[in-house]
Design a protein around this ligand. Structure first.
Ligand SMILES: [Zn+2]
Length: 443
């Protein structure tokens, strides 16, 4: 690992001097004028692990305290990854996706689960993902957990063990993943009961288009309402413009006057629909205050893929239109090294950097950083995270990159991650840690 570009002191109080911070992550009034890219030049005082001052950068050092000169490098709050599938992660060595398509991914992951998933095996793969996330500077993660039939019992228990083990480093939330029709069965009701027993548990499912979708959604909303749970749906992850579950979710939220937070994920087909349809869906999402989570890397991999043919579209939802209408938008990582996405290292900066290219987030740097920090933190009910505020924990990432071009052009592998003001060890887990899970069985 390359050496960190600065060495913060092991001191109870110190200054981080000459930082650039995204103005959108600061409280008004700003400590100085934001530049063309919406960055403010500031000094941050860290005392007892918290942010004690944010002031306009001064050329004069504080003679009483250690002063770390960041030479204009960016400082961000630790990142939030609001949509992952930790239970599927890192199975690629034993279960690749031979044709890279969505239907094949679905088929082979089910085979993998039936043949291999065991509590210890699952724990190790899921923890591998957590180790990567933590080392790269993430502080909160929501994961979907495949929960049909017997998987629920095993996987949710493993999740809760990890949640307890990692509580001092990562805020973890779980969402159950089943087709929404499942909630019309007694097993579905039991699953809703189970989610209500999990700290930060969220009710969720795959909302496939079908003639009964409204009735299925009505059932899920009723179960969530009775138990006081937030909702999180997979919708419209396809290339079929007739898929409009995003609209159905917005309608259901309004129909039920659902007061808790609802988010809908993927929404790929919104980019393939005509302008009037897009406008109708976007307006309804805004009215219902449904947040939308885009997963650009996974959808770039899966969408518009067929053998021997070059893909023509990017698979992302209509992010810019959603943002302009005031819909909360989030970028997250989704699958890592499994049949749904062959790549990924749980690095939210990489996800942000690639999403910036894929979805042209560079057209508005004043709001782009919020998609991986403040907005997901708020939608996850963690409003103290994802922003730079007096009194907040100094959970920060110090980057060498001084502006967006520098930040997003190199990997920033030499970044420094502070948790409560102290630099963490950023060693990534070795892939070899999981090798024995993929060894061919004897005989
Ligand atoms: Zn997903």
């Amino acid at each position: 690992m390359p050496e960190s570009f600065v060495q913060p002191p092991i001191a109870q109080a110190y200054w981080l001097r000459h930082a650039h911070v995204p103005a959108g992550l600061l409280r008004e009034p700003l400590p100085g004028t934001a530049n063309r890219e919406g960055l403010c030049a500031v000094d941050l005082k860290i005392v007892s692990g918290k942010i004690a001052a944010i002031v306009a950068s001064s050329p004069v050092s504080d003679p009483e305290l250690a002063n770390v000169d960041l030479r204009g490098g960016m400082v961000w709050p630790c990142l939030i990854d609001m949509h992952t599938h930790l239970d599927k992660g890192h199975v690629w060595p034993r279960t690749p996706n031979p044709d890279g398509t969505f239907p094949t991914a679905l088929k082979v992951i089910q085979q993998d689960a039936a043949a291999h998933w065991q509590p210890e095996e699952l724990y190790r793969r899921m923890e591998f993902g957590l180790k990567c996330s933590y080392a790269h500077g993430t502080q909160a993660i929501r994961t979907h957990i495949d929960a049909a039939g017997k998987l629920a019992e095993m996987s949710l228990e493993v999740f809760q063990e990890l949640q307890a083990q990692w509580a001092d480093r990562l805020a973890l939330q779980a969402v159950c993943l089943v087709p929404v029709a499942y909630f019309l069965t007694p097993a579905g009701e039991a699953l809703a009961d189970r989610m209500a027993t999990i700290k930060g548990g969220v009710l969720g499912g795959l909302a496939f288009m079908n003639p009964e979708l409204d009735a299925q959604l009505d059932r899920v909303y009723a179960l969530a309402q009775e138990r006081g749970l937030d909702l999180d749906f997979h919708v419209d992850e396809s290339g079929n413009p007739d898929d409009r579950a995003l609209f159905k979710v917005a309608e259901a939220t309004l129909r039920h006057q659902f007061a808790r937070q609802v988010v809908a994920d993927h929404g790929c087909t919104l980019s393939l629909q005509d302008a009037i349809t897009v406008q109708e869906t976007v307006a309804r999402l805004a009215e219902a205050k449904v947040g939308v989570i885009s997963l650009p890397l996974c959808n770039l991999y899966l969408q518009d893929r067929s053998p021997q043919r070059t893909p023509r579209w990017r698979g992302v939802t209509a992010l810019q239109e959603l943002q302009q209408a005031g819909v909360d938008t989030v970028i997250a990582s989704d699958n890592c090294r499994d049949p749904f996405h062959a790549f990924g290292d749980h690095d939210m900066l990489e996800v942000f950097a690639l999403s910036t290219r894929i979805a042209h987030l560079d057209s508005d740097y004043a709001t782009a950083p919020q998609t991986v920090t403040q907005t997901p933190a708020r939608l996850m009910g963690l409003p103290e995270m994802g922003k730079l505020e007096l009194g907040a924990n100094a959970d920060l990432i110090l980057f060498r990159g001084r502006n967006f071009s520098e930040l997003l052009s190199r990997s920033q592998f030499d970044r420094v991650v502070l948790r409560q003001g102290k630099a963490i060890v950023r060693t990534l887990p070795d892939y070899a840690e999981l090798d024995d899970l993929f060894a061919a069985p004897a005989g």
